[in-house]
Design a protein around this ligand. Structure first.
Ligand SMILES: *Cc1c(COP(=O)(O)O)cnc(C)c1O
Length: 402
């Protein structure tokens, strides 16, 4: 198909350049003035050409490729190397992994002529905030369904963390209680809001919780092509045995696991779940990869461990101490809800089962979430570093004043 386009009389070398969609070409296209925040044709990597629901367009929102560098965590098993892929630097105002999914979802919303987007998540959902930002960049309004605890559902939700950004952008916030969220489910709730907006004459585009559907999954299939290219560009010297990532709605893991399996990467993907247990996520990843007609079994391509601890968005003192220690040792700030739990789970597994990690080179994917830390300031205050009043009793200083 691409070939026949090329031999048409209207062939232009410029269009051919645009059609090359590798990371390097995308980065070059986005650096051109006018290249950022625009819709571009998309072609999947060759090894993913057998999958269904391939996006036809991408809307440039993130800064890709994100860097990969060594991450010298303290107390790793002998000969275990950890590297980190900095998707926390993907841009779009701290949107982390959500930027990759939204590049395809927003392109689709724009192509369908939507004038607003609808999505749902927890009260501090990074996904909802990222969606509100991406939507506004594309000139669309956003309607968010945020679930909170029963005593707070009728009150002003305040301005902590993600809420501050959402409310500055003018996102329409609809609160529901956790009980209502579980009882009706996010699908029925977003459908209800969609129906109401249609009745008002709006053109809504619904994005599922976490941005995890067949289209959103392409974000991390494309990320695997990016990693492949980064390995090639470095002369192929650094290959990864394992990839470790947090799992909240399954889309990131599904894309990474599928990509790793189909591409030349062939790294073992480990997911650390931060809400439900492994059984739930094997089924969830299976559903996502079935939608893409991969013909694969989730148990063969990913290993899922439970890292939810006290439960979704609830942190133990030990997990927060870990986040603080990692920040102090390496400068990398993890978030309390996803990456903090995943890295904590990974390091714990490395110390419990050093044999299965020895001699391996591991790539940890930092999926972002920094704004979530602001929701934990009370719990973090006793761990944070100290301060003091500067001592100004110094003769030199006083002499200079005269
Ligand atoms: C949403 C999110 C995840 C989980 O990604 P899923 O694709 O929903 O599993 C991980 N880390 C951060 C920081 C997130 O915001």
């Amino acid at each position: 198909m691409a070939l026949s386009t090329c031999v048409l009389p209207s062939f232009s070398p410029q269009a051919a350049v645009l059609r090359r969609t590798s990371t390097v070409a995308n980065a070059a296209a986005a650096s051109r003035i006018g290249g950022f925040l625009s819709s571009k044709p998309y072609a999947p990597p060759p090894w993913a050409s057998g999958l269904s629901h391939a996006p036809s367009h991408t809307f440039t929102l993130g800064h890709f490729p994100t860097p990969i560098h060594r991450w010298d965590l303290p107390e790793l098993p002998r000969d275990t190397e950890v590297w980190i892929k900095r998707d926390d630097l993907a841009g779009m105002q701290l949107s982390g992994n959500k930027a990759r999914k939204l590049e395809f979802l927003v392109a689709d919303a724009a192509a369908r002529g939507a004038d607003c987007v609808v999505t749902a998540g927890g009260i501090q959902s990074n996904h909802c905030r990222a969606t509100a930002v991406a939507a506004k960049y594309a000139g669309l309004d956003s309607y968010l369904i945020l679930c909170t605890s029963k005593p707070l559902v009728d009150r002003d939700p305040g301005l902590v963390g993600n809420l501050l950004v959402e409310r500055l952008l003018g996102a329409h916030i609809n609160l529901v209680s956790q009980r209502e969220f579980l009882k009706f489910g996010s699908v029925a709730l977003t459908e209800l809001l969609e129906k109401r907006l249609l009745e008002e004459g709006r053109r809504p585009y619904v994005i599922p919780a976490g941005g995890s559907n067949a289209l959103g999954n392409w974000g991390y299939i494309e990320a695997v092509r990016e990693i492949e290219e980064q390995i090639q560009l470095s002369g192929g010297d650094v290959q990864f045995d394992d990839i470790v990532v947090a799992c909240g709605s399954g889309g990131t893991v599904a894309g990474l696991a599928l990509g790793s399996q189909l591409s030349s990467l062939k790294a073992k993907v480990h997911a650390f779940s931060v809400c439900y247990g492994p059984k739930y996520f094997y089924d969830c990843v299976q559903g996502l990869i079935d939608e893409l007609q991969s013909g694969l079994n989730s148990h063969d391509i990913v290993s899922i461990e439970d890292a939810k601890g006290l439960g979704y968005a609830r942190s133990t003192a030990e997990e927060l101490r870990f986040v603080k220690d990692v920040a102090a040792a390496t400068g990398i700030v993890l978030d309390p809800v996803y990456t903090g739990k995943a890295a904590y789970g990974m390091v714990k597994d490395m110390s419990d089962n050093p044999g299965s990690w020895e001699g391996r080179r591991v790539l940890f994917v930092h999926t972002g979430g920094l704004l979530g830390l602001y929701d934990k300031v009370d719990q973090l205050s006793s761990l944070a570093g100290g301060w003091r009043r500067m001592d100004l009793e110094e003769p030199v200083l006083h002499a200079n004043l005269n």
